[in-house]
Write a protein that binds this ligand. Structure first.
Ligand code: HEM
Length: 447
């Protein structure tokens, strides 16, 4: 098979083919510091210098970046064959090793197959009234606060309640505030220097994680005794059986539940915050989206929401212009070839989601937030828009995320207004999630 410019996409014998161009940087640290300072600039500079395939050295491993949609397809097709998922040891330690995101091969495929029914689009309408109820309660509190609202922490509280509702249903015995507090301390450790001392962020994260896991473990124990599981995600996890009819071990259930909380939280918080910022900065787009949302009978009608062209264009464009998960890593299981370059076994490969969305060939003037680009009928190449990844590891919660974000956005547009507070620092920090430094302070009220 060849790509659009006639290079072999995969050949059986890569021996003798060149490595991608690029610089491995300093011994051990490689170019990690450059990447960490500004991953977008890192990619843009190397794209200009080397093109869409280059090598570097990040986090202790030689790494190849693939920046075009063909490279994304190559990564998605290679899962379980020439490459597999890869997490750095620090994140692995914080996430636990037996959840969907960590599994590979047959075990990963089986776990996904068993959890999938819980995440189908058709299963989402059961959650829509809960999305609406929880979001409305939070927005009413923001409106009544009488002082500016900082969107990052405010959205964190709201979105945590939404993901707990998916995972645990409406269980009144669950102390959501306790879970939320320890969850926040734990996730702060994901971007911290991994030094485990009582005073370090990482040390605090490990302690909070133990408490969080103990609380989840207690909830799981109570549920393990039930003859019939409630129709929530934990129920689905507890109903998983292997080919010999055995359920997951207790710790595996805790890992999976814990990981779903993580995967479904900061991602959505990032999108909702950036979306509100982008709309506040573009009153024309806000007015058009409002006009569309005002036609809805209910902001919880998922089928009607799916059919609103401008609202969905705003959401897609928000995640394109400020990509919430900027990328992830795979590790090569054997030598393979992309665009005539050999990518050796043991090297890391970067799925560069933000770089894909910033490719000016597919997205003219990529830095501009422009929902109109979604309204033309032009066909875009496959894998050129991948906020939820793709292939066998595509985001398991994509339908849930889209449903909850559409409901929140429709409600905001229909019933509320917000304005940016002057004098705040809206420059972005990119890691672990792209968010403005100020946390985005707004004056928020009813329309
Ligand atoms: C706007 C919100 C979200 C975004 C942008 C997002 C993005 C992503 C991306 C890019 C991946 C794939 C990473 C890779 O290929 O290495 C992923 C995987 C995953 N996501 Fe999401 N996600 C979101 C919300 C959610 C929610 C709400 C849940 C669960 C309730 C969830 C659960 C997962 C899981 C379990 C995986 C791992 C899948 C696997 O490895 O098979 N995500 N997500």
């Amino acid at each position: 098979m060849t790509d659009a410019i006639g290079c072999p996409l995969d050949v059986t014998d890569p021996t003798g083919l060149p490595l991608p161009p690029g610089d491995l940087g300093l011994p051990y640290v490689g170019e990690t510091l450059h990447f960490g300072r500004d991953p977008h600039r890192f990619v843009a500079e190397r794209r200009a210098r080397y093109g869409d395939v280059f090598k570097t050295h990040l986090l202790g491993a030689p790494t190849v970046f693939l920046l075009d949609e063909g490279g994304n397809g190559w990564i998605f097709r290679g899962e379980g064959d020439y490459l597999e998922n890869h997490w750095n040891p620090t994140t692995r330690r914080l996430l636990g090793g037996s959840c969907t995101a960590m599994l590979v091969g047959e075990e990963h495929t089986r776990r996904r197959r068993l959890l999938m029914p819980q995440f189908r689009h058709s299963a989402m309408s059961a959650f829509a009234p809960t999305f609406l109820r929880l979001a409305a309660a939070h927005y009413e509190r923001w409106a009544a606060a009488g002082e500016p609202v900082t969107l990052i922490p405010a959205n964190q509280k709201l979105v945590f309640e939404l993901i707990v509702a998916l995972l645990l249903g409406d269980d009144p015995s669950v102390d959501v505030a306790y879970l939320s507090r320890h969850f926040r301390l734990w996730t702060a450790g994901l971007a911290a220097v991994p030094v485990n001392l009582p005073i370090t962020t990482y040390g605090r994260a490990l302690r909070a994680n133990r408490k969080l896991r103990a609380a989840i473990s207690g909830i799981v124990r109570r549920r393990e005794g039930l003859r019939e599981q409630p129709p929530d995600l934990l129920g689905a996890i507890l109903s998983i059986r292997d080919e010999d009819g055995r359920p997951l071990a207790h710790d595996e259930v805790v890992d999976e539940a814990h990981n779903q909380l993580f995967a479904g939280h900061d991602t959505t918080v990032t999108v909702m915050t950036n979306l509100m910022l982008q709309l506040a900065q573009r009153p024309d787009a806000l007015a058009r989206a409002r006009a569309e949302a005002s036609m809805l009978d209910s902001a919880a009608d998922l089928e009607a929401l799916r059919r609103l062209p401008y609202l969905n264009a705003v959401l897609d464009e928000s995640m394109r212009a400020v990509t919430p998960v900027i990328g992830s890593f795979r590790v090569m299981r054997r030598d393979a070839v992309y665009r005539g370059y050999r990518i050796p076994a043991g090297w890391t490969v970067r799925l560069e989601i933000a770089g894909t969305h910033e490719n000016g060939r597919v997205w003219p003037d990529p830095a501009r937030f422009d929902p109109d680009r979604w309204l033309d009928e032009a066909k875009r190449p496959p894998h050129s828009y991948i906020p939820f990844g793709g292939g066998p590891r595509i985001c398991l919660g994509a339908n849930f995320a889209q449903a909850e974000m559409r409901v929140m956005l429709a409600l905001l547009l229909r019933d509320y207004q917000w304005e940016l507070e002057p004098g705040q620092d809206l420059r972005y920090r990119h890691i672990p999630f792209p968010r403005p430094r100020s946390g985005v302070r707004v004056r928020f009220g009813r329309q």
